[in-house]
Design a protein around this ligand. Structure first.
Ligand SMILES: *Cc1c(COP(=O)(O)O)cnc(C)c1O
Length: 357
């Protein structure tokens, strides 16, 4: 606390990202990074990039990248917004679409991406959390209640559970005058995208990222699809804050990654295969594993507890994510790495539990 802080700054409870430790080499399964490198097309674009171009500001409208996204996803470029990671777009969305009206709180699940309450705090947006059921499924009917808007990751994080498109549509249709933000950070690992609903619902914003399935977490590029009204709302907030949120190199390399669908397909299929094999092995060791359509597994060990398993694995050089929070403190979230990394995980877990791997 400092006397120099504004009241807002003093009141913030900032997000705490997963560890990026420098003390030793870990098998790093804690921040849902992709274990495979980005497409070779990204490396080629990086080598071809002319540093002299950095003299100039980037295109504030990311036109070339939006054109590439339009082609990849079949959505017109004027309905696409590009941001400095999807986190930035989500923050802009809270400011652009939600009012500080206590009578109309924004809804999101009680167990979900922990950045949402942080954005709500930053922008003074009241919210109400909707409890997931005992199997961590989203109770669709509870999201139909009158509210100031909805934010829903699909699949949800950190559980990995997804809603089918028909359920998502009921939620979007229930709030024609409110923004419904669907955070599809993990959609490419086996869940249905909400993009087909865009033509029918002008209140739907679909947010995606290059950080997970495209192996570009270090580049910081996310994108959103929505009606012209929603995209213009995001543009208004951005252009009242920083016109150049996405730098030249990021625009160029993100576009390059879109040019190689074969790489994208192959790496995500590998991750899905490794996820399913790892889930079965953990179940054999007595874990309760939540069905996942993401690049991570949310799992409850038969003993040790979430904190105990996290600590013991960390000592052995394996990092997973543990959340000291109600309902989920018995669980760990394990990013799907390479088959070798998952072997190392299963071997250590079995040893800790006194079982054969
Ligand atoms: C990783 C993640 C993001 C953030 O992605 P960036 O594009 O890297 O900012 C957004 N939402 C959820 C649920 C995530 O897990």
């Amino acid at each position: 606390m400092s006397r120099l802080w504004s009241r807002t700054t003093a009141s913030l409870v900032p997000y705490v990202p997963g560890e990026q430790p420098q003390d030793r080499r870990y098998v790093k399964l804690n921040t849902n990074e992709n274990p495979y490198p980005p497409s070779p097309a990204v490396e080629a674009a990086l080598r071809a990039f002319d540093p002299a171009a950095l003299r100039l500001y980037p295109d504030p409208e990311s036109r070339a990248l939006r054109a590439a996204l339009a082609e990849t996803y079949g959505v017109p470029a004027e309905r696409i917004f590009v941001g400095n990671g999807s986190d930035e777009i989500l923050a802009f969305a809270f400011q652009a679409f939600f009012d500080p009206d206590p009578a109309a709180p924004v809804l999101f699940p009680d167990v979900t991406y922990s950045f949402y309450p942080v954005y709500a705090g930053l922008y003074g947006v009241p919210f109400r959390t909707v409890p997931l059921d005992d199997a961590f499924a989203v109770p669709v009917d509870a999201f139909l209640a009158p509210c100031g808007g909805v934010v829903l990751p699909n699949p949800n994080a950190p559980t990995g559970r997804a809603l089918p498109l028909s359920d998502l549509e009921r939620i979007v249709a229930a709030h024609p005058d409110r923004a419904v933000v669907v955070d599809e950070a993990y959609v490419d690992f086996g869940c249905e995208t909400a993009l087909p609903l865009l033509d029918r619902y002008d209140n739907l914003l679909v947010v995606q990222t290059t950080s997970k399935a495209r192996s570009l977490a270090g580049l910081r590029v996310g994108y959103a699809f929505g009606s012209r009204a929603l995209v213009e709302g995001l543009e208004r907030v951005r252009d009242s804050f920083n016109s150049y949120t996405v730098d030249r190199l990021a625009q160029s390399l993100a576009a390059a990654s879109l040019s190689d669908p074969a790489w994208f397909e192959e790496t995500r299929a590998r991750i899905v295969g490794t996820r399913e094999r790892t889930a079965r092995r953990l179940e054999k060791l007595g874990f309760e594993v939540v069905p996942s359509t993401a690049n991570f597994l949310f799992a409850k060990p038969p003993k040790l507890g979430g904190a105990g398993l996290y600590e013991a694995l960390k000592e052995r050089g394996i990092l997973v994510r543990y959340f000291r929070k109600p309902r989920i403190d018995g669980y760990v979230r394990i990013t799907v790495g390479t088959p070798e990394e998952m072997d190392a995980l299963v071997v250590e877990v079995a040893r800790l539990l006194g079982e054969a791997p």
